[in-house]
Write a new protein. Structure first.
Length: 480
């Protein structure tokens, strides 16, 4: 199966923070891969903007080095030179006036203008203000803003208000790279393009849902930043909330940006308040690797692991819990959604009840979907049941021409150029998520309790297992 590549219109893309880590690891390699695929037109320009004083040639060399390191398949020199010809650079002071007039003169009329804020959120307002005051952004321009989008409801509202002074909501693209993953988008296709699952997608047929995002790395090297956020701000409030919404949302009237985001917003607003008995916080601790040492804070009470039992108070989902867990320094790197169906109401077989069916959506490291069903074990000797997977690994299903799937950033940046906001968060979504999360964080702060310790390389704290056991359920094993 060969994926179709649909070219975008001519554009000027300005990357603020172009000398930073995100630009090097994701944005520039992603744009290069889209160039190789033939999706970026000849007339497109990519303009790096940062405080570093250098010329365009130095930036091109820097970009080529980043692409060689992070693009995956080793690129050939001719392709790199061809791509680099579309790169330019302007030294810009985000909080001052240096470089803005030069950037204004560089922008071309009649092409799409997009501005990627690959900088700290504290600079979003200053950059937005200068884009407007210097006439660099027009009514059709788009801005891309990275998380964290606020650290609580108050700061998220303030940030939304600042951006709204200069840009309409339809111009603001709040990026969450999880929504750009192929499997996440296929989740919507599986649900809404097939009659097979939708009649079963409710509390009558689904016992529970598990959403797991596990990482093997700790916080060493970024501990001081992470210690100010923790697992719930870093993962639950944004990435995992979006995954929950896609699982639980009602069918939108059309695959349209606002129609999809309207339904996601309804899910967030239907989340029931969560009590301390339904939350487990953990912190990895060990003789060789300890969170408090990595965070350079011996008294830290910030969680590196969190597990929650979440209820959605609406007709479709009342009675079906959603279990969320995420953590650092766990035994494997994996992200998955597991939809666990109820067992048959009555077993006609002599042996014990057959295990429940499960639809497992794997987001990383190997994207794909598995439906686990019960069949007769082959061979004579009676009716013995065994559970087997019906697999759809994208690497196998799409063949050699489809396995090199675009990275999430590649897809999302092209959506920005197209003007398609379906896979981006709307301002009221962000605020609603914080409105649900803030009371949880506030309760932790007031309790001043330390997280449960867990061993690095384990499955998390024992309390997380008890969270499930009390409901006669158990977590799926964390494995790649």
């Amino acid at each position: 199966m060969v994926s179709r590549v649909i070219p975008v219109d001519e554009f000027d893309l300005v990357i603020f923070g172009a000398t930073g880590d995100l630009a090097h690891r994701k944005i520039l390699p992603g744009l290069f891969r889209r160039w190789l695929a033939g999706q970026i037109p000849e007339g497109a320009r990519i303009i790096g903007a940062a405080r570093t004083q250098q010329d365009a040639a130095a930036f091109r060399a820097e970009a080529i080095a980043a692409i060689k390191e992070y693009s995956g398949t080793p690129p050939d020199a001719a392709s790199l030179d061809s791509f680099a010809a579309h790169l330019d650079y302007i030294a810009v002071d985000a909080t001052g006036e240096t470089g803005w007039d030069t950037l204004a003169k560089t922008m071309r009329p009649g092409v799409i203008r997009a501005f990627y804020f690959s900088v700290a959120p504290a600079l979003f307002g200053a950059i937005a203000e200068r884009l407007a005051s210097h006439g660099i952004a027009d009514a059709d321009s788009r801005i891309v803003v990275e998380k964290p989008f606020g650290r609580d409801l108050e700061s998220a509202r303030a940030l939304n208000g600042t951006l709204a002074q200069h840009f309409a909501e339809g111009q603001i693209y709040r990026i969450d790279h999880y929504l750009g993953k192929e499997t996440v988008q296929n989740l919507m296709a599986v649900r809404f393009a097939n009659m097979l699952f939708e009649p079963l997608w409710n509390a009558q047929n689904i016992d529970h849902v598990q959403i797991t995002v596990a990482e093997t790395v700790g916080v060493a090297g970024r501990g001081s930043y992470y210690d100010q956020s923790g697992a719930i701000r870093d993962m639950v409030q944004n990435h995992m909330m979006q995954l929950l919404c896609l699982i639980a949302m009602e069918p939108p009237w059309h695959f349209d940006p606002d129609a999809v985001r309207d339904e996601k917003l309804k899910v967030i607003r239907a989340l029931a308040p969560i009590g301390p008995e339904d939350i487990v916080r953990g912190q990895y601790r060990g003789p060789a690797e300890d969170y408090r040492a990595d965070a350079e804070n011996p008294d830290s009470r910030t969680e590196s692991f969190v597990a929650l039992k979440v209820e959605i108070a609406n007709w479709r989902w009342t009675g079906t819990p959603f279990y969320l867990r995420t953590g650092k320094r766990l035994r494997a790197r994996t992200s998955e959604i597991a939809v666990i169906f109820k067992e048959p109401p009555h077993s006609i077989f002599d042996e014990s009840d057959p295990p429940a069916n499960a639809l497992v959506i794997k987001l990383q490291p190997n994207e794909g979907m598995t439906l686990r069903v019960n069949i007769k074990e082959p061979g004579p000797g009676g009716m013995r049941l065994v559970q087997v997977p019906l697999d759809m690994s994208f690497a196998e299903a799409l063949g050699p021409d489809g396995t090199d799937m675009p990275d999430a950033y590649e897809r999302l940046i092209m959506d920005v150029i197209r003007g398609n906001q379906t896979l981006f968060m709307r301002g009221d979504e962000v605020e609603a998520a914080w409105a649900w999360t803030d009371p949880i964080i506030r309760a932790w702060d007031e309790a001043a309790a330390s997280p449960e310790a867990y061993d690095p390389g384990s499955g998390g704290p024992e309390e997380a297992s008890r969270l499930m056991h009390r409901d006669n359920r158990r977590w799926r094993e964390i494995r790649a």
